[in-house]
Write a protein that binds this ligand. Structure first.
Ligand SMILES: [Mg+2]
Length: 262
């Protein structure tokens, strides 16, 4: 396989989209804690997260749920409260991530990212429930340079209201087309994520999906949700790169045989 040096400014035929939390990095639960602290700062010490699900969900939806279970007036639909929460959360997260050791890249992540980056034909991106402000903060706190991801879809970029993660892969496909002038075959776009939400949003658009059990879901959960492949963690770098390469190569072979049949 031809290898190109990292940073080459061209788009590959395959798009590899990573989720952030519990897929690339762990931040020891500070995201959750900072969101609740932001709510306490804004709405009082009784602000809580009881009954609110966090894993794999969009930050704007988590904030809406927090505001709702805490009976904040004007919610849902309170754009001002939502934005105040986002700002206060970002601020607290910035402080919390300064503590050494809070954030770390998960096993195998540095070598997998380097492998995808170096493989001719693959372009690396992000598809995450994080806001852009907090997603970039988290990555850099974990030693991952966010400028390496060429196409990013953030948690507040769903075109729908209420927002939905199911819409995000469609945004990624549109952006790829806008940047390259060509549509990508959805089976050449792959999501790597740790929750059934990552799996279902990929499935909704015909993308492929690799589940990684470094969050709160097992490989069996992720396979049951419909992931094409599952791994216990990304230290199985060679296996993951092998699957990606085989999918990319398989599609090229399909294309070549279709051409021959003409
Ligand atoms: Mg995640």
């Amino acid at each position: 396989m031809a290898i190109v040096s990292p940073g080459v400014l061209r788009w590959g035929v395959m798009l590899v989209l990573f989720d952030i939390d519990a897929t690339l990095i762990s931040t020891s639960g500070v995201g959750m804690r900072c969101m609740v602290e932001a709510g306490r700062g804004l709405f009082g010490p009784g602000f809580h997260a009881d009954g609110v699900a966090f894993a794999g969900r969009l930050d704007p939806l988590i904030i809406d749920d927090l505001l709702r279970v805490n009976g904040v007036p004007g919610v849902p639909g309170g754009a001002r409260e939502r934005e105040a929460m986002r700002l206060a959360y970002t601020d607290r997260l910035m402080q919390a991530l300064r503590v050494p050791g809070v954030g770390r890249a998960l096993p195998g992540v540095p070598s997998l990212l380097a492998g995808v980056e170096r493989t001719d034909g693959m372009t690396m991106g992000l598809l995450t429930g994080n806001f852009e402000s907090t997603g970039r903060l988290k990555l850099s706190a974990c030693g991952i340079d966010d400028s390496r991801f060429k196409l990013c879809v953030w948690g507040d970029e769903s075109p729908e209201d209420p927002p939905s993660r199911e819409q995000l892969p469609g945004v990624a496909l549109e952006r790829y087309a806008a940047a390259t002038g060509r549509r990508i075959d959805p089976t050449l776009a792959v999501i790597i994520g740790d929750t059934p939400h990552d799996v279902s949003c990929a499935r909704a658009h015909g993308l492929r999906v690799i589940g990684v059990a470094t969050g709160s879901y097992s490989t069996a959960d992720l396979a049951g949700a419909g992931a094409d492949r599952v791994v216990s963690d990304l230290s199985e770098t060679a296996r993951v790169l092998g699957w990606l390469t085989a999918w990319m190569q398989g599609s090229r072979d399909d294309f070549a045989s279709a051409e021959r049949l003409r």
